[in-house]
Design a protein around this ligand. Structure first.
Ligand code: NBG
Length: 818
């Protein structure tokens, strides 16, 4: 017998060993020589080399997780918007320097190779990116956690513009293969759909119910490593891919119908094929429910069969695990767990329900009532008949408890029922999550308060102790340390490097805001970041911008409540005031307005708004009379990779949603941490940002949530604002004249303007005056370089609270260990 160590040796952390590993990966995994290797070969080999370095820690973490008694978290999320992995993993494993030298020793460039990575866009926006920040922080905070989600073949669509209009292309992110994932087909899980429920009388004479699905798919797990920041912990992210079951295929195939067999395969594999390009409004489509049940069923099975120690007493589940439900998408896990416990493991209902009520916690990410998912009883019963029965039983017992608690208030029962009666009978997933969950949290202080006061009111009244808040956060590794290397160096020089995993230390920068030489260096860094961003835009999009102009950025999903149209009205008004001679060009600060936004393909108004911004932008950009002072840049296909370049370059962060509509926002945090000042409403986490940075370092405008509610109550009439505010009137008239849209006055121009003047659901016109005035304050403030830089530094110094590490500590204290 040769003497081979039973576990993989820890890789030596030196340039020669790294180089050797890289060459081995190139030869034995890619099957090429260095001379014959394509760029992709080199990138793949480099990524696999880094992965190899993480593996021993990952195996050790996984082992400890299985055998140690520590309570774990399973983070169930339909989206993980990961962004590129290479840099993040090099940083976590502290291999950046070694990798750079190793590549140089072979005549390769790390910087060029990293640009080859295609980012996995497995999420829409904030919700998916938050999940990615959270798994990073769970690993860094040493929390035994596993992320569960879907390995979509196609992530969020790739956006292009044709004549200013959004066109969607499929995001084939796996075309070149992903070096970060490890498929484990041997651990595949079977998931059923449809069929009927049988009643079986056991030998003990007890009746049991058994679900007999009429079709199945197989979930194949793909595992990703999630390294903590230099702490030796490497957690797991497991994403499920749907495959057809062979048995099923064969049966149909043997019956002679080849096309039917193919159809069955297609139906199965469609489940994980594509991410729904929508957030903030649910789709209500059958495939979506299939996706949700698919990943949740796979994940519960994986946890019970592979993570939970063999033979563990199921009654101890609440001491071992919390399933954190990221929004309502995974809520079908509740009846699924009950089905497993009762139907498959033979547990009594009451015992199973007692367990279920201690293992699920629910995070709500919205306040828009139309965004709370409901599934028609009809659809749910057809796809998951046994689950519907279980939901009915939960509801029956719950409503009995409501009656007992509020004996003389019959209306409560109707309001609180998990089953809505109108317009069609439907399951309210948020209610189910609230009834089953032991905790319910919102994602910013204001949001959690409004959630309890306005959305889940009766539930908060019945169970005040269930409701809590955890304000969102962002990972400082990706969004400061990696995205902004020069600022990071300056910070480290000033306060040491501990801030990367302890962001509260940024407070130590506060006194330096008054130091002129520190301010000068800070300003130089901002300018260099603008220049870097300008280079990226030129190369990526062919857009030219000046590195000296203020970068005023609004990047987020296109949605009416976020009010990209209000931003546009400001730009048009500025232009109108200049061209009508009411504002001297000499008094205008050079500015680049940067937009980044995708519209859900079916969201017509959102797409019209994109077209309008692009057309107005083209006109402004071409107008020589402005002497290049105003520029509108709308790079297509905004994604995590572009965010990492834009955010460090930004001076002004636009967070202008109608108060009470944005649950939290996380872009707002990333900008503040990189020294942009916020212009924003009193909404979501803006409230907390302003409290921390101080009124002098934040441009507040607009109605408060109670003012919005009052205006809405009294009957909001947008025309009134259009008629009475001269600047607004002129701006809208100019837009409607077609002068800014190449003569186009109909279609998207008329539609967006009419919707503002006639309905304006999100009250852009009501906040216009206050917004434009705040923008004038921005102009004035920006002219005082020193004061502005001081504010920018204070934004960095005072927003360490928004680290997702802190969010994870809050979750641990308020929910996972509550
Ligand atoms: C979004 C909110 C944001 C919030 C993120 C993350 C949904 C349903 N909600 O305000 O709109 O920051 O969730 O919590 O995507």
């Amino acid at each position: 017998m040769t003497d081979i160590a039973p576990t993989i040796a820890v890789r030596d952390r030196d340039v020669a060993s790294f180089t050797r590993e890289f060459l081995q990966q190139l030869t034995f995994t890619q099957g090429v020589s260095l001379e014959g290797a394509s760029d992709n070969d080199k990138y793949q080999a480099l990524a696999r080399t880094v992965r190899a370095y993480l593996t021993s820690d990952w195996l050790a973490t996984t082992d400890a997780q299985r055998t140690g008694g520590e309570k774990q978290v399973a983070y169930l999320s339909a989206e993980f918007l990961l962004g590129r992995q290479l840099d993040n993993n090099l940083l976590a494993a502290d291999l950046g320097g070694i990798a750079r030298e190793a590549m140089e020793s072979l005549g390769l460039s790390l910087d060029e190779l990293r640009e080859l990575e295609v980012e996995p866009g497995l999420g829409n926006g904030g919700l998916g990116r938050l999940a990615a920040c959270f798994i990073d922080s769970m690993a860094t905070e040493d929390i035994p956690a596993i992320g569960y989600g879907i390995r979509y073949d196609y992530g969020i669509f790739k956006q292009t513009f044709v004549d200013g209009h959004q066109v969607e292309e499929a995001d084939n992110w796996l075309a070149m293969g992903s070096p970060w994932e490890m498929p484990h087909p041997e651990n595949a899980v079977e998931v059923g759909f449809g069929g009927r429920v049988d009643v079986i009388t056991g030998e003990d004479g007890v009746e049991r119910r058994a679900w007999v699905p009429d079709w199945h798919v197989v979930g194949v797990p793909y595992t990703y490593m999630v390294p903590g920041y230099r702490n030796g912990r490497v957690n797991t992210l497991r994403l499920w891919s749907a495959k057809a079951t062979q048995a099923f295929d064969l049966k149909i195939f043997n019956s002679g119908d080849f096309e039917d067999a193919v159809r069955a395969q297609t139906r199965a594999e469609t489940i994980s094929q594509v991410l729904y390009p929508e957030d903030s409004t649910p789709q209500g489509k059958e495939l979506r429910l299939q996706q949700q049940y698919f990943f949740v069923a796979c994940s519960l099975r994986d946890y019970l069969d592979r993570v939970l120690p063999e033979g563990a007493d199921l009654a101890t589940l609440p001491d071992r695990i919390t399933f954190q439900l990221n929004d309502t998408h995974p809520v079908i896990a509740v009846p699924e767990l009950l089905r497993i416990l009762v139907d498959e493991r033979g547990m009594e209902w009451d015992a199973a329900w007692a367990i279920a009520q201690k293992v699920f916690a629910y995070t709500c990410h919205t306040l828009l009532p139309e965004a709370l998912e409901v599934w028609s009883v009809d659809l749910l019963g057809r796809l998951l008949p046994r689950h519907l029965e279980i939901i009915y039983r939960i509801n029956e017992e719950f409503l009995a408890a409501v009656r007992e608690r509020y004996p003389h208030e019959p209306l409560r029962e109707r309001h609180m029922s998990i089953i809505a009666e109108e317009p069609v009978r439907a399951v309210r997933m948020a209610y189910l999550a609230t009834v089953a969950g032991f905790k319910v949290n919102g994602v910013a202080a204001l949001h959690s308060q409004l959630l309890a006061d306005k959305v889940l009111t009766d539930f908060a009244d019945m169970w005040p102790e269930k409701f809590t808040n955890v304000t969102n956060g962002v990972t400082p590794r990706r969004f400061v340390r990696l995205a902004n290397p020069t600022l990071s160096e300056l910070i480290t020089e000033a306060i040491g490097e501990g801030w990367v995993a302890d962001l509260d230390r940024l407070r130590g920068l506060e006194p330096l805001a008054n130091d002129p030489s520190f301010r000068a260096r800070f300003r130089d860094i901002k300018r260099a970041n603008r220049a870097r961003f300008a280079d990226v835009l030129a190369a990526r999009d062919g857009i030219e911008i000046s590195p000296d102009a203020m970068v005023d950025a609004m990047v987020k999903r296109l949605h009416e409540y976020k009010r990209q149209s209000l931003k546009l009205l400001h730009i048009v008004s500025l232009y109108e005031r200049i061209t009508s001679g009411r504002l001297a060009l000499a008094d205008v600060t050079p500015r680049t307005f940067v937009f980044g936004a995708k519209a859900a393909p079916g969201y017509v108004r959102a797409k019209e708004t994109i077209a309008l911004i692009n057309h107005v932008g083209a006109t402004i950009n071409a107008d020589a009379s402005l002497e290049g002072k105003l520029k509108v840049a709308f790079p297509a296909n905004y994604n995590v990779t572009l965010a990492e370049k834009l955010i460090p370059a930004s001076d002004l962060s636009e967070q202008i949603s109608l108060a009470g509509k944005e649950a939290s926002g996380t872009g707002n945090m990333k900008f503040a941490l990189n020294g942009a000042l916020t212009i924003g409403t009193d909404d979501g986490a803006n409230v907390e940002i302003r409290e921390l940075v101080g009124d002098d370092n934040f441009f507040l405008f607009g109605m408060t949530e109670p003012e919005v509610a009052a205006l809405s109550e009294s009957g909001y009439k947008p025309e009134k604002y259009y008629e009475s505010d001269e600047d607004l009137h002129r701006a809208l008239n100019l837009l409607m004249s077609g002068a800014l849209t190449g003569g186009e006055r109909g279609s998207f121009v008329a539609s967006v303007c009419a919707s503002l003047i006639e309905r304006d659901r999100f009250m852009a016109l009501a906040d216009f005056r206050s917004y434009v005035d705040a923008q004038d304050r921005v102009e004035a403030a920006y002219r005082d370089e020193d004061a502005w830089t001081r504010s920018a530094i204070l934004n960095v110094a005072r927003t360490g609270f928004f680290s997702s590490d802190r969010s994870m500590r809050d979750y641990t204290e308020r929910i996972w260990r509550a």
